[in-house]
Design a protein. Structure first.
Length: 234
């Protein structure tokens, strides 16, 4: 039985990777990754020489067939994303779906899919935001065009914190949109988590917008945004 290992990699700091993940990356026959240059740096840092193969949102049907063939004959393949856990807002979910469908067509599961957990920007941001309760809703990335206006209109309907991602290029537009939320909400912006310039900025959307206008060099980076009803803070 072949094995596909879903391996979480660091979201910033190269040391944020588990011993099990490192062992799995060493033992795999090859590693599927979004960008061989990004994953190559990680492997070099930890002295791992396992071959890399590109697997991204543009992976062809032929690529999927080849991976399935390799797994059928018993190979061990690791799947990683550029950062964090594969399958969460990245193309890795497509491969997992195909393997699940493949196994469903057989009396017993021929291919094993295992998770090697690790870093997550979602839980990392929530852990330092100081929010009470144990519930939140994760919405992935904000839509770029279609559905973007609806996305922001529906945020006010949640009675627990909402967590989502935003890119460097749209963070200011997102903060402008958050100012129009009905009711009283607190916004937490986690930027560059686990990296040298990690920071958490909290306040109203208007206050945070002014902060980033005054600190333009802070508009760059990876952003995790938490929008919560005012009563959810500690």
């Amino acid at each position: 039985m072949g094995t596909l290992s879903i391996v979480a990699t660091p979201i910033g700091n190269m040391e944020d990777i588990t011993l099990r993940a490192l062992r799995t990356l060493k033992e795999a026959d090859y590693i599927l990754c979004e960008d061989t240059r990004v994953t190559g740096k990680l492997l070099k840092r930890h002295e791992i020489s396992t071959p890399l193969k590109r697997y991204d949102a543009h992976a062809s049907e032929r690529t999927h067939e080849q991976v399935l063939t390799d797994l059928e004959v018993g190979k061990h393949i690791a799947l990683v994303s550029d950062a964090g856990t594969p399958g969460v807002s990245d193309p890795g979910v497509l491969l997992v779906q195909k393997i699940r469908e493949y196994n469903y067509g057989h009396a017993v599961s021929i291919i094993k899919v295992e998770t090697i957990p690790g870093a997550s920007a979602v839980t990392a941001a929530f852990s330092i935001a100081g929010l009470s309760g144990n519930q939140f809703t994760f919405l992935g990335f904000v839509p770029q065009k279609k559905g973007r206006e609806t996305f922001f209109k529906t945020l006010a309907s949640y009675d627990q914190p909402i967590i989502f991602f935003e890119s460097t290029h749209r963070i200011m537009k997102t903060l402008e949109s958050l100012q129009n939320l009905a009711g009283s909400h607190k916004v937490s912006i986690a930027r560059e988590l686990t990296k040298m310039h990690e920071e958490l900025v909290q306040g109203s959307a208007a206050e945070i917008l002014e902060y980033f206008k005054a600190h333009k060099d802070h508009q760059k980076g990876e952003f995790v945004i938490i929008v919560s009803p005012s009563g959810s803070t500690v």
